[in-house]
Design a protein around this ligand. Structure first.
Ligand SMILES: Cc1cc2nc3c(=O)[nH]c(=O)nc-3n(C[C@H](O)[C@H](O)[C@H](O)COP(=O)(O)OP(=O)(O)OC[C@H]3O[C@@H](n4cnc5c(N)ncnc54)[C@H](O)[C@@H]3O)c2cc1C
Length: 481
């Protein structure tokens, strides 16, 4: 063997020895990389896995499951602008982008139509109530705060006779008196079942009115100051959602996020329809309010998405029940259209494919203290429901009650029905619960649209402002006036 050949053999031998020496840790490294890569791919492709990842302290620790699916964690959200939301909605199983396109192209349109139908536009409510927690602090200062009851010709035939002499505009003095014995007749085909999540308004007879929601849109009412603050404070603090966003208990975090998402939605509607000039009665969009109360708090926008998905999940879970329910108001063609719209809403193939389980309720109450925790949160939610009687502005109280009842209905559907749908299980909903649920989903859907539209306009205005400032600077530099 030549010296050259033996050198070559030695070289090869040396390389082999080196390879053997490195092999064990290299193999572990490669295997770990492959594993992480597969988890990452599965995580991106299967939204259901993300909820699991979000619940795992280990995965939360390394940043999987907490953030938006782009590797960032929720703690890094603070300084990002609204348009930068990407990946998965935290605690949920659906992408921001998917929610946006589903809402824009499908859900928003259907919901807008549904809430205008005779069935969904009338809400039964007891508006003039005593606050069980502290003395009432009176009505708010604007006429827009008060609720107009339904003009007689608009009242659905099946409900006629219930509110006979009180079809006038209340202007802050609601006094509709309803004979409750007629309720069963008007609400034929619907059960009057209890909801463990809500404070039952209807058990105390009296002061029930039917309100046409289309005549009383949710908007700025001038309700502000100590009274409003006291309610929100009681909702957030007295009901033990103190750690809110950062709560490590998934169930408590979910509850906090539901309330915060609803709060964001209310703020969005205030900003979306604001009394810009009281002297000229000019109404319009208030970009400052939208910016200060919503857009500059990304976590509030995230909570809005979360609440939307939670309620959407409840609506789709109740598919069997809702698609078979009677939507009769005595307006044949319109009632048929209502039924058709409900079926389209609950049975949407596109939603099923793109976002099969918007929220996975099966993951809740699984710990050893699950039953106790559920009872505790049920009590807290009932308190929140009762707190709505303390809202010192009639129109805010109307929408507060409706939306809390809607959330309570979503909770009832998600946590009283086992499994994936309502068909095999008995689900009893009151007519008013269904009306509240669908109107709440519509409010949330509208808020998402408002937030998008106003964030987009705000960015455009900033760009225009930036360009104008740039032009001004250039002109100054060239001494041109
Ligand atoms: C049930 C209810 C319904 C109402 N409906 C209307 C209405 O229809 N029209 C109307 O004009 N006014 C309504 N209000 C009043 C309105 O919500 C505000 O309270 C009011 O406009 C004063 O706003 P604010 O800037 O002081 O902050 P608020 O909105 O009162 O917020 C109070 C505090 O809560 C925290 N917070 C705010 N938003 C969030 C969020 N999304 N998540 C977590 N924390 C948050 C902040 O620390 C804030 O300082 C309603 C109030 C209640 C309680």
């Amino acid at each position: 063997m030549s010296a050259e050949a033996s050198e070559q053999i030695e070289g090869e031998e040396e390389k082999r020895r080196k390879r053997q020496g490195w092999a064990p840790w290299k193999r572990i490294l490669v295997a770990t990389l492959v594993l992480l890569l597969s988890v990452g791919v599965a995580y991106q492709q299967r939204p259901q896995l993300r909820w699991f990842a979000q619940q795992s302290p280990l995965l939360r620790g390394i940043g999987i499951g907490v953030g938006r699916g782009d590797g960032s964690t929720s703690s890094s959200c603070g300084c990002q602008g609204f348009n930068e939301f990407q990946g998965v909605v935290e605690d949920c199983c659906c992408d921001y982008a998917t929610v946006d396109s589903l809402n824009k192209e499908f859900l928003h349109g259907i919901l807008q139509k549904l809430v205008k139908t005779p069935f969904f536009r009338y809400f039964k409510v007891r508006l003039w109530c005593d606050c069980p927690f502290w003395p009432d602090d009176g009505m708010c200062r604007l006429r827009d705060c008060s609720v107009c009851e339904c003009p007689e010709n608009e009242f659905p035939a099946t409900l006629k006779g219930l509110a006979s002499d009180h079809l006038t505009c209340q202007e802050g003095k609601p006094q509709g008196v309803v004979d409750r014995t007629l309720d069963a007749q008007a609400f034929q085909g619907w059960t009057e079942s209890d909801n463990p999540w809500t404070y039952d308004d209807e058990t105390e007879n009296g002061d029930i009115t039917y309100v046409n929601l289309l005549l009383n849109p949710e908007k700025y009412t001038g309700y502000t100051g100590v009274s409003a603050q006291q309610i929100w404070e009681a909702v957030y603090n007295q009901n033990c959602f103190k750690d809110g966003e950062r709560d490590t208990c998934a169930e408590r975090r979910v509850f906090y996020r539901l309330i915060s998402g609803l709060h964001t939605s209310i703020s969005a509607h205030i900003a979306g329809d604001y009394l810009l000039d009281e002297t000229t009665a000019k109404w319009g969009k208030n970009y400052g309010i939208m910016h200060d109360r919503v857009l500059m708090h990304p976590e509030r926008v995230q909570n809005l998405y979360f609440t939307f998905l939670f309620v959407l999940r409840a609506v789709t879970k109740a598919e069997a029940y809702l698609s078979q329910a009677e939507y009769s108001t005595g307006n044949g063609a319109e009632d048929q259209e209502t039924q058709e719209l409900v079926r389209r809403l609950v049975n949407c193939q596109r939603l099923r494919t793109a976002c099969p389980i918007p929220f996975d309720e099966a993951q809740m109450w699984r710990g050893s203290d699950g039953a106790e925790l559920k009872q505790q949160l049920q009590n807290h939610f009932r308190n929140i429901s009762a707190l709505m009687d303390c809202v010192g502005c009639e129109k805010c109280r109307l929408w507060g009650k409706l939306q809390i009842l809607g959330l309570g209905t979503a909770l009832k559907i998600l946590f009283s029905v086992e499994g994936q749908d309502s068909s095999a299980h008995k689900l009893d909903l009151q007519r008013n619960e269904v009306i509240a649920l669908v109107n709440l989903l519509s409010r949330l859907s509208e808020s998402l649209e408002l937030v998008h539209e106003m964030a987009h306009r705000e960015r455009e205005r900033e760009r225009e402002g930036g360009r104008a400032a740039g032009r001004e600077k250039a002109l100054r530099q060239h001494n041109i006036h």
